[in-house]
Design a protein around this ligand. Sequence first.
Ligand code: GDP
Ligand code: GDP
Length: 438
Amino acid sequence: MALPVVAVIGRPNVGKSTLVNRLCRSREAIVHDQPGVTRDRTYQEGFWGDRIFRVVDTGGLVFDDDSEFLPEIREQANLALAEASVAVVIVDGQQGVTAADESIAEWLRGQAVPVLLGVNKCESPDQGLAMAADFWGLGLGEPHPISAIHGAGTGELLDRVISFLPATTETDEAEPIQLAIIGRPNVGKSSLLNAICGENRAIVSPIRGTTRDTIDTTLEREGLTWKLVDTAGIRRRRSVDYGPEYFGITRSFKAIERSDVCVLVIDALDGVTEQDQRLAGRIEEDGRACAVVVNKWDAIEKDSHTMSAMEKELRAKLYFLDWAPMLFTSALTGQRVESIFAIAAVAVEQHRRRVSTSVVNEVLQEALRWRSPPTTRGGRQGRLYYGTQVATRPPSFTLFVNDPKLFGDTYRRYVERQIREALGFEGSPVRLFWRGKQ
Ligand code: GDP
Ligand code: GDP
C-alpha cells in the first residue's frame, strides 16, 4: 500500500521548501544521525495529526521570460499531480499576485485534483488576512494566510490537507508479496535466483511486467505467494560490462521501491562495501522489510566461531539495518537457500503488524520509568503524553509530547530501542514521529 501523496506547487522562492521541511522535520533528526551513507532522496515522508503521507515538492515551477508555462515543466508537474490526492499551491503574500501565479492557477483550474491555496510570508495576523484576500482572484478557493517560517496558520492549512487524503485501507492479504533480490554485481544474485527457482520450474511462471524489460517470477513458499521483482535486471547485468565503478544503482533503487521485502545479498568474501551500504541505506529509507543474505559461505574457511564473528563484523557496517535478520548461504551448494523465504516471511509479517494503543503506551510508560526525558539548562522538562501506531509497512508511531525540541537524538534512540525490545519487529524498520501539542 503506497502512502497518499501531497504535491506542493508554486514558483521559486515562495517558501515551498520551508513548508516541506516543517512537515518532514521530525524524521530529519534521525536520518542525519547515520554518518557515512550517501542519501539519495526522492521524496519525504510528512505527517500531520495521525496521518502520514508522501510530500512531493515540484521543485519550483519555472517560467520563461514571457511567463509562459514551459511545456516540459508542465509535463513534469502533471506527472506529480497525477498521483497526488491534493495539491497545495504556495504563493508569496508579500509580493502579491504575480503573472506566474496566474498561469499556475489557470493550469490548476483545469486539473481534477483538489487544490488548497497557501499565502505564505504572512507573519502578522491582521495584515495577513488582508494580504491573503488579494489571492481570491486566482480562482483557487479560499486563500489561507500562513508563515512557513514561524508556523502561523500552517496547522489550519494542514488540517485541510489531510481531510483530502483517502482513508487508509488495510491491504489485501492475498496479494503476492513483492520480493526484490538486491546486491552489487557478482555477489551471487542470479546464482541464488537459479537455486531458488531451478528445482521447481513447474510452478515458476514468468509474467510480463508493466515495463518492457521487466520480467517478474511468481512462486509459492511458506504458504504465501511471492513475486520476485525485476529478475530480468538480475540476469541481464552479467552480460553487460559497465566497468567497476558503475552498476545499475538506479535500477536497484527502482526494485527496492517496487518491493515489500528486500533480500540484500552480501558477498562473504568481500564483506560490506560502500555500495552495499548505499543499498542498505536506501532500503531503510524507503521503509522496506529486509533480510540480509551473506552468500558464498562455502568459500569461507571456518571453525565454530566464524559465523558469529563474521556476523558481528558485518553488522558493525550495516548498523542501520540492525533489525534485519542475517542468513549465511551458498548458492553453489544450496545451503540454507530455501530458508530465505522463511526469514523473509517473518520480516513481511512484522512489517504489516499492528499494535494496539494500550500496548504501545505500556511500553512508553515503562521506558519513561527507567529514564526520564531530558531537562534543558533552562529547566524545561520534556513530557511524553502518549503514543499510537498510525501506519504499517513500516510500523509507524506518533508520539505526542509537550515540545519535540526537548527530545534529543539520544533519548529518541533510547525510546526506539525500548519499543523494539518490547515489541520486536524483526526484519522491519520502525518509524517514530515526535509531535508537539498544537
Ligand atoms: P522555495 O523556492 O519555494 O522552496 O522557497 P524557500 O522555502 O527556499 O524560501 C524562499 C525564501 O523565502 C527563503 O529566503 C525563506 O527564508 C523565505 N521564506 C520562506 N517562508 C517564509 C515565511 O513564512 N516568511 C518570510 N518572511 N519568509 C519566508
Ligand atoms: P550476480 O552478478 O550478483 O548475479 O552474481 P552471479 O550469480 O552471477 O555470481 C557471480 C560469481 O560468483 C559467479 O562466478 C558464481 O559462480 C559465483 N558464486 C555465486 N554464488 C556463489 C556461492 O554461493 N559460492 C561460491 N563459491 N561462488 C558463488
